[in-house]
Design a binder for this molecule. Structure first.
Ligand code: SF4
Ligand code: SF4
Length: 141
C-alpha cells in the first residue's frame, strides 16, 4: 500500500504539477532561512537598494527585511521579525505565504540552494537512469 501511495505521489508531482523534486523532511527551527534571504523580482535577484524600496510598497513582508550584506549574487537580507535568541518567528501566526511555503523547488530555478543544515531535503523525482531511458525512447521513435 505504501509503495502505491508513493507511486501516486510521484505521478502527481511529476506529471500534474511538473515538479522535478519532491520535498521531504521538516523544519528544525534553526532560523537560518530568516537570516539569509535573497529577494527576486521579475528581472532577477535584487542587487540594488532602489529596486528593493519599490518592492516594499508591493508586499508588507518586504518591510520586515533589513539588508545584511551585499554579495556578488545580490543583496542578502535578514528578517527583523526573527527572535535571534530563540530562532522563533515573532509573527508566526500572521507570517506571509512566502514564509509558509518555504522551501520551494523554485529556489533551485533561480540558482539558489537550501542550507545543508536545513531539515528539508529535495529529492529528484527521476534518477539519472530514468532520464536517460526517456531520451533513448524519444530517439527511437
Ligand atoms: S533553514 Fe530549514 S530548518 Fe532552518 S528554519 Fe529554515 S526551514 Fe527550518
Ligand atoms: S516573517 Fe517570520 S518566518 Fe518569515 S522570514 Fe520573518 S522571521 Fe522568518
Amino acid at each position: 500500500m505504501q509503495k502505491y501511495i508513493e507511486k501516486l505521489k510521484k505521478f502527481f508531482l511529476l506529471r500534474i504539477l511538473r515538479r522535478k523534486y519532491a520535498r521531504s523532511g521538516s523544519c528544525k527551527g534553526c532560523g537560518r532561512c530568516c537570516r539569509e534571504i535573497y529577494v527576486k523580482n521579475a528581472r532577477g535577484l535584487i542587487r540594488e537598494e532602489n529596486e528593493f524600496k519599490r518592492l516594499k510598497k508591493i508586499h508588507p513582508f518586504y518591510s520586515y527585511l533589513k539588508i545584511r550584506e551585499k554579495t556578488e549574487t545580490g543583496l542578502v537580507f535578514e528578517c527583523a521579525k526573527l527572535d535571534k535568541e530563540t530562532n522563533r518567528c515573532t509573527v508566526y501566526n500572521i507570517r506571509s505565504f512566502i514564509c509558509k511555503l518555504y522551501p520551494q523547488e523554485e529556489i533551485f530555478k533561480i540558482g539558489g540552494a537550501i542550507s545543508e543544515e536545513c531539515g528539508y531535503k529535495f529529492i529528484p523525482l527521476e534518477n539519472f537512469e530514468e532520464v536517460l531511458n526517456k531520451i533513448k525512447k524519444r530517439r527511437n521513435r
